[in-house]
Design a protein around this ligand. Structure first.
Ligand SMILES: Cc1ncc(COP(=O)(O)O)c(C=O)c1O
Length: 426
């Protein structure tokens, strides 16, 4: 059997209706901004393979560091044992995170980094004998697919089968332009009873919700309310961290800083699975006790995996180079210029950008939804042009890797313009 036959016989793909799905494309190799299929086609990865790739595919510098680490120490249990790469990475992350962050807890993906954050928050109060049982989150939030992460997200088509098993949360709306004051009032109501352990939020951009964007000013107002009500603030930087908003962490845009920060995706440059949850000294200290049961009883087989940590350290080396940040600045500039160009164009319901992220809501008359039928049209159109764009329903978005060139990004923009021009009736 060839790869495709074996895949069709044995593999179950994520977020896929396997009965109606088209055959997957067999990718053989990656290089820089491109993925290459076995049948000889070249695809520009305009979404950084689910927002993880930062310095490009098969980055040779990261690959060398990973190989070096593999030959030295591929894995070790992480209780009672530490190693160079985990310690080094933690120290470097703390140097980059907001000033109040003090400790790093490792896991192995974005959802688990969120699980750890939620558990830290609940147990922080539990350990003080002041249990608080509520979490506040945005009504359209997505923080992952494990049960805790699903619980603190929106109740959507995706979570419908699991709703009876999700714990109760308090939802507030996303404070998009025009609804800021309303959401601030919702937050005030949500904070009225002294039972809220934490507020979890994606700073500035809700990715999976459809690249929904809101301002740092309103987030500051929400964070101030939470701080005054003694509620822990959890910034989910799984998507927006590692340069996506133009700064290293999106939280840098805010005056009020989170108590807990979750990270994954871009942390290893997109090379390996790794999750990390950072917290303040105050939170960490609340787990210190002569009583063993006050410890955070959470861990994964691959917690602090040396190879993943080596990839992350190598990625941070690349983030330390000026050329990475000048490329990020170039992407921000080009996306913003494209927003100006396309605003008001036919079928463009809204076009917006935050940092390197660009989103266009296509006006189909069907409304904005993940199940909008234009989704497949957009996907197929761009795949035919050799560009991987995987729209969220009628929201077409770009999250480019930072190694993309100005010409390549402008080329994608030109294809998007052509797509809109070719829509029927245009
Ligand atoms: C903001 C945010 N948090 C958490 C997650 C979950 O990460 P993972 O898919 O690695 O479990 C995602 C994934 O898209 C995300 O966008």
């Amino acid at each position: 059997m060839n790869t495709l036959e074996k895949d069709l016989a044995y593999v179950w793909h994520p977020f896929t209706q396997m009965q109606t799905a088209e055959d997957p494309i067999v990718i053989e190799k990656g290089e820089g901004s491109y993925l290459y299929s076995k049948d000889g086609k070249k695809y520009l990865d305009a979404i950084s393979s689910w927002w993880v790739t930062t310095h490009g595919h098969a980055n040779p510098y990261i690959a060398d560091k990973v190989y070096e680490q593999l030959k030295k120490l591929e894995h070790t249990i992480f209780t009672g044992i530490t190693h160079d790469k985990a310690a080094d990475l933690a120290a470097r992350l703390i140097g980059l995170l907001p000033d109040n962050q003090a400790k790093i807890f490792y896991s192995d993906n974005g959802s688990t980094s969120v699980e750890v954050a939620i558990k830290m928050a609940f147990q922080f109060w539990h350990n003080q004998n002041k249990p608080k049982t509520k979490i506040i989150c945005f009504d359209r939030a997505y923080h992952g697919d494990t049960f805790g992460a699903m619980s603190v997200g929106g109740r959507t088509h995706f979570t419908a089968p699991f709703v009876p098993f999700l714990f109760d949360v308090v939802h507030v709306e996303v404070p998009i332009k025009g609804s800021e004051n309303k959401v601030v009032e919702q937050m005030k109501v949500a904070l009225e009873n002294n039972d809220v352990a934490a507020f979890i939020y994606e700073p500035l951009v809700l990715g999976a919700a459809g690249m929904v964007m809101y301002s740092p000013e309103v987030l500051n107002r929400l964070l101030e309310l939470c701080k005054n009500a003694n509620v822990l603030c959890i910034a989910d930087e799984v998507f927006v961290g590692f340069g996506r908003t133009g700064k290293f962490f999106a939280s840098e845009n805010m005056e009020f800083q989170p108590d807990i920060v979750t990270m994954s995706k871009g942390i290893t440059g997109g090379t390996m699975a790794l999750g990390a949850t950072a917290c303040t000294q105050e939170i960490f200290d609340m787990f210190l006790s002569d009583e063993k049961l006050k410890a955070l009883f959470h861990g994964h087989s691959f917690t602090g995996n040396p190879v993943a940590c080596a990839a992350a350290c190598a990625s941070l080396d690349l983030f330390g180079k000026d050329e990475c940040w000048s490329s990020i600045a170039m992407i921000c500039e080009e996306q913003q210029a494209f927003v100006s160009k396309m605003t008001g164009a036919a079928y463009v319901k809204e076009i917006r950008s935050t940092g390197t992220i660009l989103a266009i809501e296509v006006d189909t008359g069907e409304g904005t939804s993940y199940f909008n039928t234009i989704r497949d049209t957009i996907y197929n159109y761009f795949m035919d042009q050799g560009i991987i764009i995987r729209p969220l329903g009628n929201v077409l978005y770009l999250v480019p890797p930072y190694c993309i060139t100005r010409e390549e990004l402008q080329g994608i923009h030109t294809h998007i313009e052509a797509f809109f021009e070719n829509l029927p009736g245009n």
